[in-house]
Design a protein around this ligand. Sequence first.
Ligand code: ADP
Ligand code: MG
Ligand code: ZN
Length: 424
Amino acid sequence: TAPPHEDPQALLARVFGFDSFRPGQAEVIGAVMAGRNTLAIMPTGGGKSLCYQIPALCLPGLTLVISPLIALMRDQVRALREAGVAAGALTSGNTEEETEDVFRAIDAGALKLLYMAPERLGTTGTIGLLRRARCSLIAVDEAHCVSQWGHDFRPDYLRIGDLRRALGVPLAAFTATADAETRAEIVDRLFDSAPPETFLRGFDRPNIRISFALKDRPRQQVMEFAAARRGQSGIVYCATRARTESLARALEEAGHNARAYHGGMDAAERRMVEELFQREDGLIVVATVAFGMGVDKPDIRWVLQADLPKSIESYYQEIGRAGRDGAPAEALTLYGPDDIRLRRAQVDEGLAPTERKEADHARLNALLGLAEATSCRRQILLGYFGEDSPPCGNCDLCTLPARLFNATTPVRKALSAVLRTGES
Ligand code: ADP
Ligand code: MG
Ligand code: ZN
């Protein structure tokens, strides 16, 4: 526990061992400690955790942290305890003993951070427990999980609004991916539509070189890209499970260390691939979107999207897994007419209401705009998320003298046709 006079800067150094805040951290911490409702949108690896951990140490009572992944909660609790912070978690993964320890710490008034899986919010007694524990702040990690139409939707996140009302304490929400619409949804569901103080910044990941290429030889393009980066850790994202398996096999046959990963595999198998990826250097994971939030490896050198993602948000989220250590990293996206047709059909055939489908088409079109851009891609990407920036010098359009643009190749022709249909 912090001595009463210790300020965030001092805590940063003493407890976490860092000498300066990352961009945005100090401002967000200031707002949270002042008791304001906040929504912070910061890139993956930007250091969101500290933005609630440091206030938790300064505020009286306990900070409740709601997080969607048990593995991430456990990691954070372990790291906090190692740093001498009284933290605990209540999740379905707990042993009875761990749960009793948490209850004891709460009753002794000793716990500063309590991590809780959203499912737990549905358990009777939870609100009473949090009142008894003198909960003074609710921190919601991965707040985009409250978005009903997003890919990470967690129904239990919808209970958070009621919890906030019941406890009457400030709430701080954090996410790496939220365009204007997702932000509006978060505000609506977590803050009863009363706008929180919003921090939207630092979307840029300047160390990731971004490129797009027309998909004219799908298999070979992947193989060539991987061959030129042998020994580096990377992720290949694919649109279907079948494709992850066939590409993983092809990469293995070419002598790479590669594994498939998708939602059709059982939990133990998936866990094994996650651990292998974390531990080993130079593994290629060939995955569907199922390989996502839990990926926390700093030295992923490249992300290759072998198929076009479904939206500009998914695009940004996936490439953002590369180069979290700040060292140079690469993102290449392959796309062609079939991808566009597939993504359009997925939206049209979905069960979402019409307004929703329109929004999904708009997000897909924003990605197509990025793919077909003729000037700096990063400028366009950041612009979509509300940030102005100069040309980046680290995307294919900034660094290629002039993109050789042959409008007569079959792929280019087919693509033009599909793009035209979309406009009509
Ligand atoms: P996010 O949740 O935004 O993706 P994390 O909170 O997991 O990011 O932080 C990513 C990494 O950056 C962690 O290893 C964390 O310890 C480190 N980190 C956070 N803040 C700082 C800082 N001010 N100085 C140095 N490292 C930091
Ligand atoms: Mg995080
Ligand atoms: Zn650029």
